[in-house]
Structure formats: C-alpha cells, structure tokens
Design a protein around this ligand. Sequence first.
Ligand code: C2O
Length: 526
Amino acid sequence: AKTRHFKWEVEYMYWSPDCIEHVVMGINGQFPGPTIRAKAGDTVVVELTNKLPTEGVVIHWHGIRQLGTPWADGTAFISQCAINSGETFHYRFKVDRAGTYFYHGHLGMQRSAGLYGSLLVDVAEGEKEPFHYDGEFNLLLSDWWHKSVHEQEVGLSSNPFRWIGEPQSLLINGRGQYNCSLAAQYSDTNSSQCKLRGNEQCAPQILHVRSNKTYRLRVASSTALASLNLAIGNHKMVVVEADGNYLQPFKVNDLDIYSGESYSVLITTNQDPSKNYWLSIGVRGRLPATPPGLTILNYQPTSASKFPTSPPPVTPPWNDYHHSKMFSKSIFALMGSPKPPTSYDRRISLLNTQNKIDGFTKWAINNVSLALPPTPYLGSIKYGLRNAFDQKSPPENFPDNYDVMRPPINPNSTTGSGVYMFGLNTTVDVILQNANALSDNVSEIHPWHLHGHDFWVLGYGEGKFSAKDEKKLNFKNPPLRNTAVIFPYGWTALRFVADNPGVWAFHCHIEPHLHMAKLLYKNRGR
Ligand code: C2O
C-alpha cells in the first residue's frame, strides 16, 4: 500500500460551468476539484490550504468510513474547527475499500458553491473486482444555480423564507449548458442549438467507446437539491456497485440517483457502431424547471460530432414514485456480502418535519432542529467540555398519534445540540419516518447520509412504520449503503453497528435542508 500526497488550495475563481461565467469554489484552479485515485489500503494525505479571503473551509470524504480516524472526517463543528483563511490542515486517512466516492465542502453551503470532486478507489494490488470491464468513465453529477450561495443562504434564513428555487443547470463533471441545448434540433421548444468547439469549460466530456466492449460507468451525485435519473439511448445498464459495496447485478433502462449516492453500472457497446447515443440526466421528485444534462456516447471511429439519430432519453415523470421505489427495491447485496446482526440493541425513530422556529422555516427531527455548537463535538467530548453542547440526548421517537399525512398541528419546534450516544459495538436500528411538510399535500424526498459507517437498508414502506411492517424487513441480503432515501409519506428502516468511535453526522444530504438545521449524532468508545 502507498501513501498518496496531495497539496490543495481552495479558492474562488471565475468559471463557466454552464457557459455562463460565475464565481465558483475551486481547488488548484480546477472545477470540479482534482480526482483522487488510489488503491484499497492506501493512505491519502491532503494538505489543504484555505485561500478563501474571508471564510473558513473543511472537506468531507464522503463514503470513506474513517475507521479509527474520526478527526479526518472533515465536518465543521463536528470533527474539527473550520480551517481559517490562510491556514493549512492535513487530512490523513486510509481508503480501506474499493469503490466510487467523492469529496465535498462541509461548512455552510460550500458544496453548492462548487467545492467537490471525485475519489475513486481501485481494488488492492492482486485483487479483482467481481465483474469484468474493458474501460471506465467517471461521471460526477451536480446541479448549479446562478444565484451565489451567499444570496441563497440569506434567503433560506430570512423571515419570510425565500426558497432557492430549482437549479439553472445540471452538470456532468462540472459541465452543462444554460443558454443553449446540445439537443435543440430534436425539440419543439425554441432553445437554440449550442455551438461549441469542444474546448470550452462548459463543453460536454464525450464518452468515446469502441464497439462490443464492456464499460464501467462510475456515477456519483453531489447535487445540492436534485434527485436525478440517468439513461443512455438504446443501452441498458447493469448495476453492480453502490456506495462502495457490491450488488447483486441487475439490469435497468434508467438509474435513479439521489444526492450522496454513488453507483457503478456496466454497459455493453452492442448497438449500431455507425451511430452515437445520448446520455441524459433529468430531475425527479420535484416539478422540474431545469433542462436535462447531456453528453454523448461516441462509438469510435464514428465522428463524435455526428448527432444521435433519436432525441435524448426522456426522464420518467417527476412524480412517478412507483418507478423510483421499484428501482430502490431491486437493490440487493452481492452474495457473500456481510449480513446484518439478526437483532438490534437499540431502535430509534426519526420523524422528519418542516417547522417554524420564531417564524423561521426549519427542518427538525423529533421536533428538535440541530444547532451546531461553536466548539466541535469531537474535541468537546475528548476533553470533557460539558458546557459545549446539550448533554441531554435528543428524543428517540415521536408521539404515537402524530399524523404523518397532514401538516403539523403545532408547527413550532425548538433547537438543540444534543447527540445520540451509543456504546461501542451496539447494533442500532433507525426508522426514518417521513411526514407532510408545512403546506398541505407536500412531502419531499430526503436522502439520509451517515458518516463513519455503512448501514444495511432493511426496507421501505408507506405511511407510518408500525409493528406489522416488521416482517417485511429484509435480513437476508439487504444492501450496505451510506445513503438511503425516504420517499414522500414513507419510512425507511436501517441497521448499523456502532463500531467506529467518534462523532458522526447523520443528515439529509440536500444542502438547503442541511443548512436549515437537521443533522445529528453519535459517539463513544470503550
Ligand atoms: Cu456528503 Cu455530511 O455529507
């Protein structure tokens, strides 16, 4: 195993992610940031210098469990203080397992500002993946706003509340097109055809393939808000990896991916090689107001500038939740993967609600909205600073008679900074419970992401979780993930073993939701 050193500088810079120039948060003059590529067992060292003139920064290594290195998790006010302007911090951690990961800022809305990049881990020397492929492509997906994150933040924390709205563009590897479309010629709307030479910052990265080969597409979503669906014209995909864990391979026409998730899919280039094909991403779960993100699958030696003969694949209707549920429910662990313990030591239920606190719109869990303390939890606990955060644990459930199908009767909630404490090696079940938001007939998708661990996704269901749902849970081959979605008005059941001492965030990966407070949890070794 090797140690891989990286020297990074985070800075604001001018960039044109969607052909319109804006300020983005970049690393070493690049957007997205440089890709980290390592082998399982390697140690990664990132020497991060903050060149932002007036704000702190941290970077979280999303999906890396940080076994024994909780100080390197990169969560502001949780694992560390923000790195001040002009300062340098060393992140040092082991990438213990092959897989598709990414990294991103974890302070304020710095992820939305463009602070993200890919982290790809290959199998260790001499090891093999449980599937074969001839080549691979990496697709890091994101969404992009023209409004600065500072303006977005002010709106979210104003009274009256101002929502950020839908993204202007969807980006693939930081590239999208706002003022034109790559596929205008197929559409009846009057978007204009892009005239790109290919060397622009917003020009799509074309996927050049040869005929009759198998390619691995690594797909990760760092979106601030959008749930996405990815499809490739004429090509089916075989899903083989999720969040660094191997899956029982299954075939799909299109792939749903929520913020914080990653997948590997295999495609076989068995279509007419004299043609090119669209790869398209579109918005799910919210009424889309954003055109699809596009690139081209180019069969060499066919010219990459030859247009596909048919229009880009159409994203399933945004509110076709049945389609999304069918996809989520077809994900199973590859045979031989670690199985969950057969029983739990502790079960907590987390009700997700939208609330009001002093007139401000917030998200809360069991009626408490997390307010991060100024002193990072990890240090407070290590040094026994008892006044640094609420010592009382947050509630472990919610009133039995809470009606998840209606807006809260009392919309008011409170803030708190307590954490759930788990004894080392306890098995914890978490029931994530969705509910109606503040307005009638609204319940949103929330992709929940756990730091420092993977969890088994035991099942999904409708309405309020109850005893009769128990027997629907999958203990045989549930997938291990670090992110799992709760569908509108539904529940999702997770199980994990608290085997990695530290303080770990567990939160909805939607950036404005996170920013509107909602985060939790845990600790305690030995
Ligand atoms: Cu990728 Cu705490 O998040």
